[in-house]
Design a binder for this molecule. Structure first.
Ligand code: ATP
Ligand code: MG
Length: 352
């Protein structure tokens, strides 16, 4: 079985073909990073226009790379939430047009379920097998940060355990990147600079650490660092910049890894996974691997290309819905928020 996936929820135009074993036959990502970099963040109107320009060619390229035509795929999956509505509309409308023209089933996908299932993608024969049973997953991206219990591949199998009360982890990386004059997005640059830095150089808080709550909070770390920069100025030498990056990265990743391991232990599952752009962070990957081993848990990490936005994860999540008999009609809409039930309200902690 083959599914074509289309992703346009934010600043990446993606199309991919994936089979039912999770094998990635093609995965094309056209990034808009350079387009938005001048502004230090994503401009929604520009994102929509760029998706409109690139979505068709990206789909064509994904089919060509897989050696297929549209006729060969069994279904068309598309991200329809959460994200920038004007950006999502481009992918949703393209998917509807293709499905209509070829008489193919249409399946809408929640982008967050895509991130959670990205660990199942097989980009080479060397990819380790994904967790088979119930597990706890950390999703840390530009717009979301939460832990979930994952009992199966559909949205209804996913239960939120705890989430951020303020900034997403990726958002914190990006804001600190801007603060330090490192450009946008900050995550990959901070990851690179943190190597060889002293993580103890700047004392930063570990919000929510050691507390029973499964929620996260990252705005305090960022505020603390902003105050430090006001006092000391932006680090000038390379080593000084490395030290600040390592300190910030240690503060964020230690809380992420700690809360993931604690949640897995509390849920009584034997395995943990991670997903989302921040899952590409090498320090987070090291801490999760080490923490899991210390507590007798199996950690499976997605390949780097599966962490940041891509359409392969959308094709895979759509394939799971398709196999389960789920379809969408021509009335499929775009929505800014996830459909996953949320137990945490931003800024207000757990719902009772
Ligand atoms: N190596 C890295 N270390 C830390 N952060 C990273 C790394 N690589 C990417 N990121 C961060 O990941 C985020 C982008 O991830 P992703 O593409 O999953 O987010 P998004 O799609 O914008 O948000 P969402 O998935 O919540 O809608 C950015 O904030 C970026 O800085
Ligand atoms: Mg994403």
């Amino acid at each position: 079985m083959l599914v074509l996936g289309i992703e346009t929820s934010c600043d990446e135009t993606g199309a991919a073909v994936v089979d039912d074993a999770g094998r990635v036959l093609s995965d094309v990502v056209q990034s808009q990073v350079e387009l938005h970099a001048t502004y230090g963040g994503i401009i929604p109107e520009l994102a929509s226009r760029d998706h409109l320009r690139n979505a068709g060619p990206v789909v064509k390229e994904a089919l060509a790379k897989a050696g297929l035509s549209l006729r060969d795929v069994d279904a068309i999956a598309v991200t329809h939430r959460p994200g920038l509505v004007g950006a999502l509309l481009v992918g949703v409308q393209l998917a509807k047009g293709l499905a209509w023209a070829e008489g193919k089933p249409l399946v809408g996908v929640d982008h967050l379920v895509g991130h959670l299932l990205a660990v199942n993608l097989r980009r080479s024969d060397a990819t380790p097998p994904a967790p088979a049973g119930p597990h706890v997953a950390l999703l840390a991206s530009g717009g979301h940060t939460a832990t979930y219990r994952v009992d199966g591949p559909l949205a209804r199998h996913v239960t939120e355990l705890g989430a951020t009360r303020d900034d997403a982890a990726g958002e914190a990386f990006d804001k600190v990147g801007k603060l330090l004059g490192l450009g946008y997005p900050g995550g990959p640059v901070i990851d690179r600079l943190a190597t060889g830095g002293d993580p103890g150089a700047v004392k930063l808080p570990r919000p929510m650490s050691g507390r029973a709550s499964r929620d996260f909070s990252f705005s305090g770390i960022k505020t603390h660092l902003a105050a430090w920069v006001r006092e000391h100025g932006v680090p000038q030498g390379e080593q000084a910049m490395k030290d600040v990056c390592a300190s910030f990265q240690a503060a964020v990743t230690s809380v992420l890894a700690e809360k993931l391991i604690e949640a897995a232990k509390a849920e009584g599952v034997g395995a943990v996974t991670i997903g989302g752009g921040v899952a590409a962070n090498r320090e987070l990957r090291r801490r999760v691997t080490e923490g899991a081993a210390q507590h007798g848990l199996t950690a499976t990490l997605p390949e780097l290309a599966s962490c940041t936005d891509n359409a392969a994860m959308i094709a895979y999540a759509g394939l799971q819905r398709f196999v389960a008999g789920e379809r969408d009609g021509w009335d499929l809409v775009a929505a800014s928020r996830t459909a996953l039930p949320r137990s945490t309200r931003k800024g207000r902690g757990h719902r009772d």
